[in-house]
Design a protein around this ligand. Structure first.
Ligand SMILES: Nc1ncnc2c1ncn2[C@@H]1O[C@H](COP(=O)(O)OP(=O)(O)OP(=O)(O)O)[C@@H](O)[C@H]1O
Length: 269
C-alpha cells in the first residue's frame, strides 16, 4: 500500500483514537452537539438514491504537475444495495471511495449524500455526518489491539454519542450478527484474520450507519474467509438496512454484488 494511502487509513484510525480519548470526558456534550442517535427498529427503506456522484473529477498536484486521477465519474448508490468498484491498481478506486466518505473533496463535480452536498460542506460538517451516518472498513481491520472484540465495538457507539444504556444490547446484537458471540472477550491477536474482519464489520455497523464503505475488505483473506465476509455483508444489508460500497480486486466475489462499476484510468467503462 502506497504511503499516501496508508496516511488516509491512518487518518481515520487517528480520528477514532482521538475520539476515543475525548469521549469519556465529553460524551454528553458531543452527543448533544450531534443530536444523539437513538437506536430503534430499522427505518423504512428510502426510494431515492442514498448517494449521487455527478461528473466528479479529482486532480492532485504531483511535483508541480497536475495528475488527473478521476476524470468524470457518475454513479448512484441505492438503499440496501451492495455495490463494488473494480479496477486495476492505480485506477482511482480508493480516491473515489475517500470522496464518497467525505475524507477528500472533488476538484470538480458534485457528491450528494442523502441530499446533503458533500462537495460544498466544510471538514467539520462532513466529519459529523461521517461519524453518525457512515461506517468504514479497511483492508487491515483497524481494530484497537488492547481492546476485546466487545470493547472495540462499544468504542464506535461511544464515538457516535449513543447513550450508554444502549451499548450492551447493541454490541451483543452486532457481534451476534457477524457470528462472533462466542469470541466477544477475545482480543484481536486471539482471533483469525476473518474473525478480526468480522469484528471490524460489527464495529462499523454498531451505530447504525446508512452507508458502509469498505476498501478491499477481503484483500488479506483466503477465499473461504472472503466468502464468509460477503455472506455477512448480505446479512447486514437485510437486517440493518445498510447500503454497502466496496472496492475489490477479487473477481471471485463479484457475483455477490448488485452492481459492479468497472474503473479504468479514472473513468467507468
Ligand atoms: N494524495 C495523492 N497525491 C498524489 N497522488 C495520488 C494521491 N492519491 C492518489 N494518487 C494517485 O492516484 C492514482 C489512483 O490511486 P488509487 O489509490 O485511487 O487507486 P486504486 O485503484 O485504489 O489502487 P489500488 O487497487 O492499488 O488500491 C494513483 O496513481 C496514485 O498515485
Amino acid at each position: 500500500m502506497a504511503w499516501w494511502k496508508r496516511s488516509k487509513t491512518q487518518m481515520a484510525v487517528e480520528e477514532a483514537t482521538e475520539a476515543q480519548s475525548e469521549v469519556p470526558l465529553a460524551v454528553e456534550e458531543t452527543a448533544a452537539a450531534m443530536a444523539v442517535p437513538t437506536i430503534t427498529a430499522a427505518e423504512p427503506v428510502d426510494e431515492e438514491p442514498i448517494l449521487v456522484v455527478e461528473s466528479v473529477e479529482r486532480t492532485f498536484q504531483v511535483g508541480g504537475s497536475p495528475l488527473h486521477v478521476l476524470k468524470g465519474i457518475n454513479m448512484e448508490l441505492h438503499p440496501t444495495s451492495l455495490v463494488m468498484l473494480r479496477g486495476r491498481s492505480g485506477s482511482g478506486k480508493t480516491t473515489l471511495l475517500n470522496m464518497i466518505g467525505g475524507l477528500d473533496q472533488p476538484t470538480k463535480g458534485h457528491i450528494f449524500f442523502r441530499g446533503m452536498p458533500f462537495h460544498a460542506m466544510n471538514d467539520d460538517d462532513r466529519t459529523i455526518v461521517r461519524r453518525k451516518q457512515m461506517g468504514f472498513i479497511f483492508q487491515a481491520f483497524a481494530l484497537m489491539p488492547l481492546l476485546s472484540a466487545y470493547e472495540n465495538v462499544e468504542l464506535s457507539l461511544r464515538m457516535a454519542g449513543v447513550p450508554s444504556s444502549q451499548w450492551k444490547e447493541r454490541v451483543t446484537h452486532c457481534l451476534d450478527l457477524v457470528g462472533l458471540s462466542k469470541r466477544m472477550h477475545h482480543r484481536p491477536f486471539e482471533l483469525s484474520g476473518g474473525e478480526q474482519q468480522r469484528v471490524a464489520i460489527a464495529k462499523a455497523i454498531a451505530h447504525k450507519p446508512r452507508l458502509l464503505l469498505a476498501d478491499e475488505p477481503t484483500a488479506e483473506l483466503d477465499s473461504q474467509m472472503s466468502a464468509q465476509i460477503m455472506a455477512v455483508f448480505r446479512t447486514i444489508i437485510q437486517t440493518e438496512q445498510v447500503t454497502i460500497c466496496m472496492t475489490t480486486h477479487d473477481p471471485t466475489i463479484l457475483e455477490v454484488a448488485d452492481h459492479v462499476y468497472e474503473m479504468v484510468d479514472g473513468k467507468f467503462i
